[in-house]
Design a protein around this ligand. Structure first.
Ligand code: GAL
Length: 361
């Protein structure tokens, strides 16, 4: 048998797939299923960040050699009434396997063609196989008509007093206070909550959660998914209100939930943030930026997209981020770095080149 060579991971460089082509799976996420890793992400074209192709999948047994499995959820080319018509925005796809239904469930951030980022919808698709084809189901805002389950009577009565006409000017101290208290939550109550950058997380009990930048990207929300992962149950909570967090990536270690996010500066990198909580519903405490060393204040030029707990290995958590290239989106690069721990607190250090084996036992 041929001895497996351990390929180094070189963040920021071109990552060829099995056909020698730079992997095109941005804003991605990883699913481990029956011994294979499946990497799902946005196909980016040379000239636009809009969805011209759809959601890609690559597969690997070792996290370093990637086979292009093709477009598992293609954009619609002809039906102009479709939500996913070519030229829409399909971002940050994440896929879960549901053991009860034996289906693969994909959620992603959808913006309708020609409407900028105003729709702020979540979309769901389903497949019998990890490599698709995924059947597109629907898109929408989240949990219309429902308030966060953990809002106290006092918080609800403050919400009642918030009047949009008093807060026309953004970014003032009063406006921040009102956003914290739920100004946008209330505005969107009837039609459902906005959802842009997003993540999925399955807890040890099999329950799945959808985490997304809501309320005009000012506040994260965490929403429980139904048993089949295809819809929301109506139970949700707000996190870091008015904290302006995007790009949530979450993992759990020794009973503690950790979330790494970014600030909101579009395609330009900014400083990562980190939070921890004893349970998915919080309370979430903010920590310093987990990145350390040169360029840590810009997350090494990247923006978080996923944390993979490497299955079968203790203390093996892989931080995944995107280096966006808005002028030539297909040339965007990947950052993969091991999450290290000091006194139980995660930190991330840049490495030009490292091997999975040297970090993950
Ligand atoms: C980023 C976000 C990306 C994409 C981009 C559009 O902040 O994380 O997923 O939506 O904005 O400008």
């Amino acid at each position: 048998m041929q001895k497996e060579t351990v390929k180094p991971i070189r963040s920021g460089e071109i990552w060829p797939d099995n056909q020698g082509v730079h992997i095109n799976a941005h804003g991605g996420g990883m699913l481990y299923y029956k011994g294979t890793y499946y990497w799902y992400g946005e196909n980016k074209s040379d000239s636009t960040s809009k969805a011209m192709v759809g959601i890609m999948c690559y597969s690997s047994q070792n996290l370093t050699d990637w086979k292009n499995e093709g477009t598992v959820l293609p954009v619609e080319l002809n039906d102009t009434t479709s939500d996913i018509i070519q030229g829409c925005v399909m971002e940050r796809p994440k896929v879960l396997y549901n053991a009860k239904t034996r289906k693969f469930v994909m959620w992603f951030h959808l913006e309708l063609k020609g409407k900028g980022y105003a729709a702020a919808r979540s979309a769901v698709a389903v497949s019998d196989s990890p490599t698709g084809p995924f059947q597109y189901l629907r898109s929408g805002r989240i949990n219309p008509g429902i308030l966060p389950f953990d809002m106290t009577a006092g918080q609800r009565s403050i919400l009642d007093t918030l009047q949009p006409e008093h807060f026309r000017e953004w970014w003032t101290p009063d406006w921040y206070k009102a956003v914290t208290e739920g100004l946008f939550l209330k505005r969107d109550l009837q039609g459902g909550q906005m959802a842009r950058d997003m993540q999925l997380f399955v807890d040890d009990d099999g329950k799945a959660y959808h985490i997304y930048s809501s309320e005009d990207n000012l506040t994260l929300q965490i929403a429980e998914l139904s048993e089949d992962y295809l819809s929301h149950t109506g139970k949700y909570a707000r996190m870091a209100p008015a904290g302006h967090n995007e790009a949530p990536a979450i993992f759990k270690k020794d009973g503690i939930y950790w979330m790494i996010t970014s600030g909101c500066t579009g395609w330009a990198p900014n400083e990562a943030r980190m939070f921890s909580a004893p349970g998915i519903w919080g309370p979430w405490t903010q920590h310093p930026n987990p990145c350390i060393g040169p360029n840590a204040e810009l997350t090494f030029g990247g923006q978080s997209t996923f944390v993979l707990k490497v299955p079968g290995k203790d203390n093996a958590y892989l931080f995944m981020a995107d280096i966006w290239r808005p002028k030539k989106p297909s040339d965007a690069r990947y950052i993969w770095l091991p999450i290290q721990f000091k006194n139980g607190i995660p930190y991330i250090e840049w490495m030009d080149s490292w091997t999975l084996d040297s970090f993950f036992e």
